[in-house]
Design a protein around this ligand. Structure first.
Ligand code: SF4
Ligand code: SF4
Length: 360
């Protein structure tokens, strides 16, 4: 299947190797209905996916999950990606990674490790992860990564339970030897949507966290790079979700469905092809689901006549669907959306303490 001049090739691929994970984070972006182990692609199928991705123009692969270390063939898959010329980034909770395994991954050609940290206080971190001992384990894994000479990024998702320690997480990441930290306020999809009342911080707390992280960005310039994903619900304009629908990246689920973003399956009116029946290139260029929200032609008002439509592409289609019932609406995060009050209601974060629904 040949490329189309009007559609750019994708640059990145998120490979969800498995939905299995020892942790149970209440903000997990995996779907509520997890793919079982029996449905996962085989080693050979993933190899074929990575070969096709490289031929399609993909430059970097994020090996993710669930916990990708749950796959016994992880080293083989990294080796194959390296042979295809793909840059590999392992997105991991750290659980299941021994020093030996990290050494094997480094030998296989792994380029980068992204380690999630739930909090900088041990008790809270383990409670959020739903796993005793997770925090201590992650500290060890960070040391193993450093010993292998691999670059380390720390991922920290910010929500009600840790919002007052966003700055302290930057300091923790530096002490762990990270060169980069992604401080990302929770995005309300998947399990995070189910836990929205428990996770949403108060607006004032979110604003304090943002100010502190921005202060540290200046303070630690040259020491650590801070990627700061601001909280949607406290913004006036939405983000260009995924850089725009089917513009730069694609996701593959453990069972081989090809999606423009990890939450796209919530849009039930779309049918997503699988790599078992179609090539990656054919899906990228020609599948109705990938073309459904490409560009701006699909938009309705207020996006259709808005000067920002090529900047944020109307925000997130999945969030529009979740909050308005119509995936073609402007993302209600936008203050111009007729449904913006639905975001404002939750953005105050005034819910009483609510227990987590853990993903299990
Ligand atoms: S967010 Fe937590 S539960 Fe979900 S895959 Fe990552 S580590 Fe596992
Ligand atoms: S109206 Fe649509 S395109 Fe304009 S800023 Fe809002 S979401 Fe973006």
């Amino acid at each position: 299947m040949s490329a189309r001049a009007d559609i750019a090739a994708p640059m990145g691929l998120l490979a969800e190797l498995t939905h299995r994970c020892p942790l149970a984070c209440p903000y997990c972006s995996n779907p509520l209905a997890l793919d079982p182990r029996s449905a996962e692609l085989s080693t050979d199928q993933w190899r074929r996916v990575f070969s096709e991705a490289a031929a399609l123009g993909v430059l970097h692969v994020h090996l993710s999950g669930g916990e990708p270390a749950s796959r016994p063939d992880l080293v083989d898959l990294v080796k194959h990606c390296r042979a295809c010329g793909l840059y590999t980034n392992l997105i991991t909770s750290g659980i299941g990674l021994t020093q030996r395994r990290l050494h094997d991954l480094a030998e296989a050609g792994l380029d980068h490790v992204q380690l999630s940290i739930q909090d900088c206080e041990e008790g809270s971190a383990d409670r959020i992860a739903g796993y005793d001992g997770a925090f201590a384990r992650k500290r060890s894994v960070a040391a193993f990564v450093g010993a292998e000479g691999l670059p380390l990024t720390v991922n920290a998702v910010i929500h009600r339970a840790n919002v007052e320690r966003a700055g302290a997480m930057v300091e923790l990441a530096i002490s762990l030897g990270a060169r980069r930290i992604e401080i990302a306020h929770a995005q309300y999809y998947g399990w995070a949507m189910a836990n929205r009342r428990a996770l949403m911080p108060e607006r004032a707390a979110a604003e304090r966290a943002i100010a502190e992280v921005e202060r540290l960005r200046k303070c630690h310039e040259g020491v650590i790079v801070i990627d700061h994903v601001l909280p949607d619900y406290h913004a006036s304009y939405p983000k260009a979700c995924m850089g725009g629908w089917a513009r730069r990246t694609l996701n593959i689920t453990p069972s081989g469905k090809v999606l423009p973003c990890h939450a796209a399956e919530t849009i039930r009116t779309l049918e997503f092809a699988t790599i078992a029946t179609q090539s990656l290139a054919d899906i990228w260029y020609n599948s109705p689901a990938f073309n459904a929200f490409r560009g701006t032609e699909w938009m309705q008002e207020p996006c259709r006549s808005c000067s920002r439509k090529e900047i944020d592409f109307g925000g997130c289609r999945c969030q529009a669907l979740a909050l308005t019932g119509d995936a073609r609406q402007a993302d209600p995060v936008c203050h111009l959306s007729p449904f913006h009050d639905r975001v404002e209601f939750f953005a105050e974060g005034a819910a009483p303490t609510v227990d987590y629904i853990y993903r299990r």
